[in-house]
Design a binder for this molecule. Structure first.
Ligand code: FAD
Ligand code: MLT
Ligand code: ZN
Length: 551
């Protein structure tokens, strides 16, 4: 599956072992059969298929969070309720009914458990509406009967927000997946919330445009899920956040009211920009049903280079130089530490694209309109950083297959970690200078507690860091052989306190969900949290949407 476009006229260059003062930029023969397939493109949108090769299903969230109790305000789902939904949605496949049918448990399981297999609910009813009107009727009915609802997109969220805790109804948006309209002059796209990001991007590719968000879960995640988490992804550096590229939204409030703000204008300063509240609100105040997105022109030329570096200091210098040399064509600057790459090697059994091993790696992508022009700029940058001794070794992709192969060393980390057991994930924003120190301090703490080691009695396998360096966004991941309360106690609130001391954010892009609900105070003041609670009460007075999470 082709994931990235790249002009075939771009020349290949391989940075062989560095000759510091006279860098050797040689051409490397293209050996496609040796390039492993990219890890990034998931084959399917169904959560169950995504997980087939991953770790075994874990405990129920109600067991791992014994302090969480089912809120007695919410009604139990009965046969009468199920009959109403069956009458409303009609087709068999639109209702997965585990209330009146005991044999439906297996069919419901993929909607109950999250991508990491860390959170697992007790839902017995999944509803799959096919129109805004159906969403509206479902929510109104649930509101009137105080039935709790969890909106769900592609279920790739990483903070436990997309699955129920107890017996909340899952409202899965997968059937609302139409591309409604695309204006080829303005690049403005109107799309239903359940459309899969990769499908939308492929449609846009056929029109010469690109979706302004790209991430490793693109083969499964939905546009509605992306907006609800305000996903950042790999090219935020270039295209900005969804808060900027989303022009309009249609959403349904818990009482069934349809908020039609499908504005197609870039400029619209008419009153409060209410749609922004739905972006990043993780399904707590309404269900997004449609969106209008401003899509940029698809770049004609894309170049990707991967470097090995001897220190984090060097990675910062490389970033500074990349901005200086590449300015408007720089579209991604990603960081991976040596430990994260070792785990990818272990899981994929692939050979590293560089000869040696380094404590740090950076992946740089340029996107522009002129392949020769971009190639020259990148070449000049590479020569400069090698001459200055900033970069120790590097390689430049020569065609789309190699572009994907290099990207797989970055995007494959999440998947590799998932294969190795449990993962404690921290997605944080910290000023660049101190960003990697968090990984080192966390590793030291876990080591001190005697939890890190190569043998089975040690729950922790590795402490790794990677992320969107261009956005000061670090992913600190503690890879474990199994989820273990002792590990969590050593990590939390330590990590959050560390971040708060540096005025960082405890959630740069993945959101709060259940995982970070109780830690919001480390990044937001009591006044801000108070305002958020007021908004929640205003939009969802009966608190039926995504309970137990967010704030
Ligand atoms: P879900 O997981 O189904 O839901 C996420 C949240 O949004 C839940 O709270 C849910 O209730 C709510 N929601 C979903 N749809 C709607 C709707 N229509 N209306 C209202 N609420 C809704 N995130 C990043 O930011 N950057 C990355 O680079 C990135 N890479 C990833 C790579 C991998 C391999 C994986 C597994 C995840 C990654 N993520 C990343 C995390 C995840 O946030 C994104 O994958 C994505 O935005 C979630 O979309 P989804 O459709 O799967 O939403
Ligand atoms: C990424 O950048 O790879 C994603 O946000 C997922 C992750 O943090 O593992
Ligand atoms: Zn990320």
């Amino acid at each position: 599956m082709a994931c990235r476009h790249r002009s075939s006229t771009t020349t290949l260059a391989r940075l062989a072992k560095p000759a510091r003062l006279t860098p050797r930029l040689t051409t490397q023969p293209q050996v496609q059969s040796q390039v492993a397939p990219a890890v990034r493109c998931f084959s399917s949108s169904r959560p169950s298929q995504l997980k087939e090769t991953r770790c075994q299903q874990g405990k129920f969230t109600s067991e791992t969070y014994p302090g969480l109790k089912r809120d007695p305000r919410y009604g139990q789902v009965t046969k009468e309720h199920v009959d109403y939904f069956k009458g409303l949605l009609g087709t068999e496949s639109a209702v997965i009914d585990g209330v009146t049918n005991e044999n439906a448990t297996d069919d419901i399981e993929p909607f109950n458990s999250d991508w990491m297999r860390k959170y697992r609910g007790h839902c017995r009813l999944v509803l799959k509406p096919s129109s805004t009107e159906e969403v509206s009727k479902i929510l109104k009915y649930c509101n009137d009967n105080t039935l709790a609802v969890v909106p769900q997109g592609g279920n790739t969220g990483l903070v436990g927000g997309s699955v129920p805790v107890f017996d909340e109804i899952v409202l899965n948006m997968g059937r609302m997946n139409n591309i409604i309209e695309f204006d080829e002059v303005s690049g403005i796209l109107t799309v239903e919330a359940g459309a899969i990001l990769e499908v939308v991007d492929q449609f846009l590719a056929s029109k010469g445009y690109i979706f302004p968000l790209d991430l490793g879960a693109k083969g499964s995640c939905h546009i509605g899920g992306n907006l609800s988490t305000n996903a950042g992804g790999l090219r935020l550096l270039r295209y900005g956040s969804l808060h900027g590229t989303t022009l309009g939204i249609e959403a349904v409030l818990p009482d069934g009211t349809v908020v039609d703000d499908l504005c197609k204008l870039r400029k619209n300063n008419t009153g409060y920009d209410v749609k922004q509240l739905f972006i990043g609100s993780e399904g707590t105040i309404g269900v997004i049903t449609k969106a209008v997105i401003q899509c940029p022109q698809r770049p004609k030329a894309q170049n990707v280079a991967l470097f090995g570096l001897e220190s984090y200091e060097a990675a910062q210098q490389a970033f500074r130089e990349a901005k200086g040399h590449l300015s408007e064509i720089l579209s991604a600057f990603e960081l991976m530490d040596g430990a994260s790459q070792a785990l990818v090697r272990q899981v994929t059994k692939k050979n590293s694209p560089l000869e040696g091993e380094y404590p740090f790696y950076c992946l740089i992508e340029t996107s522009g309109s002129n392949s020769d022009h971009d190639g020259e700029k990148l070449q000049a940058f590479l020569e400069d950083v090698m001459e200055k001794g900033i970069v120790a070794d590097g390689t430049l992709a020569q065609d789309e297959t190699q572009v994907r192969a290099l990207w797989s060393w970055r995007e494959g980390i999440t998947e590799a970690l998932g294969h190795l057991g449990g993962v404690y994930k921290y997605d944080v924003s910290i000023p660049l200078a101190e960003m990697y120190q968090l990984v080192e301090d966390t590793k030291a703490r876990v080591e001190e507690a005697g939890l890190l080691g190569d043998t089975d009695e040690h729950p922790v396998r590795a402490v790794v860091g990677y992320g969107h360096m261009g956005d000061s966004n670090l992913h600190l991941n503690v890879s474990t052989r199994r989820y273990d309360e002792r590990v969590e106690k050593v990590l939390e609130p330590f990590v959050y306190e560390w971040i708060a001391k540096r005025q960082g954010s405890i959630s740069a892009e993945h959101g709060l969900g259940l995982a970070k609900k109780k830690y919001i105070g480390f990044s937001r003041t009591p006044t801000m949290v108070g305002l958020m609670k007021q908004l929640k009460d205003l939009y969802d007075p009966n608190a039926i949407l995504n309970p137990y999470k967010y704030i």
